[in-house]
Design a protein around this ligand. Structure first.
Ligand code: ZN
Length: 283
């Protein structure tokens, strides 16, 4: 059969296929371009989001750190406020070192005094008073000693300036002015005026403070008093003062423990060192 057309119809089919393919490719390219753009947009959006997320995390982290820093700073502030509050409420005289040249003002009086239970005083007809914040420590100590079978009594505690002056003149009369200055009446003068100090005695001493170091009461105190915040102000063989085994001063459990561990006595420490214990005096 003879082909009536000047060209092979196959070419038309071929051309259509090519055109169709070309169009499809164009379309595909178009789509690809569009898709490409979208992907790029998406990619950049994702990147932006990720960057934002990191930035937010950093900000959040920084904020947390900042908050923690603020919190810890606040905590520290609260702590120092607590310490300051305690310090402002604690009379600095209570841990002051006194001597014959540095003594308590004659007008000084403790902020509050409480009467010691009669069962703990040597002379039940003579009421003894002590600084109100020290009272529970003293009574704990004396009742624990009692439970251990050791009898310890308060012979004398708070003394006002006037009472002390009378006592001193009484000693002067008895011993003469020269020796009165080196005797107990002078030595523990300020400490008794503070209201934190007691002279302790046991039965069988005939009411005399002298010789207390030979009693079971003294041995018990030597071993246990620091646990209740009491220390000997003038221990044996100290370089500065006459030994007073009966004279015990409250300095707080922490400082008493510190002194006990180091086998030191209050007057050996620097006032600067002692003052660090002021905030925890009644803890
Ligand atoms: Zn005394």
């Amino acid at each position: 059969m003879k082909n009536p057309l000047p060209f092979d119809p196959l070419y038309i089919v071929l051309a259509l296929v090519i055109a169709g393919f070309g169009y499809s490719t164009y379309q595909l390219n178009e789509t690809a371009v569009k898709l490409g753009l979208t992907t790029q947009e998406l990619a950049s959006t994702t990147t932006a989001l990720e960057e934002r997320q990191v930035a937010m995390s950093d900000e959040l982290y920084a904020a947390t750190q900042g908050w923690q820093a603020i919190q810890s700073r606040l905590g520290g502030f609260e702590n120092s406020l607590g310490t300051l509050e305690k310090l402002s409420k604690t009379d600095p005289e209570l841990l002051q070192k006194y001597s014959k040249v540095f003594f308590l003002n004659e007008h000084y009086a403790p902020e509050r005094l409480s009467q010691i239970e009669k069962e703990f005083t040597y002379d039940e007809s003579r009421p003894e008073r002590i600084h109100s914040s020290v009272l529970p420590y003293l009574e704990d100590m004396l009742s624990d000693a009692q439970k251990a079978g050791v009898e310890i009594f308060v012979k004398s505690s708070y003394r006002s300036f006037e009472e002390q002056s009378k006592l001193k003149s009484a000693y002067s009369v008895t011993y003469g002015a020269g020796s009165a200055n080196t005797f107990s009446a002078d030595q523990g003068y300020s400490e008794h005026q503070l209201g934190t100090t007691v002279d302790l005695i046991s039965k069988g001493q005939g009411g005399e403070l002298a010789g207390f170091e030979k009693t079971a009461a003294y041995a018990w105190l030597q071993k246990n008093a620091y646990k209740y915040g009491f220390v000997l102000s003038y221990p044996p063989n100290n370089a500065h003062y006459v030994f007073e085994p009966w004279h015990w001063r409250f300095v707080g459990e922490e400082l008493a423990d510190y002194l006990h561990d180091r086998e030191k006595y209050l007057y050996e420490l620097e006032q600067r060192q002692i003052d660090e214990f002021l905030a925890t005096l009644f803890d």
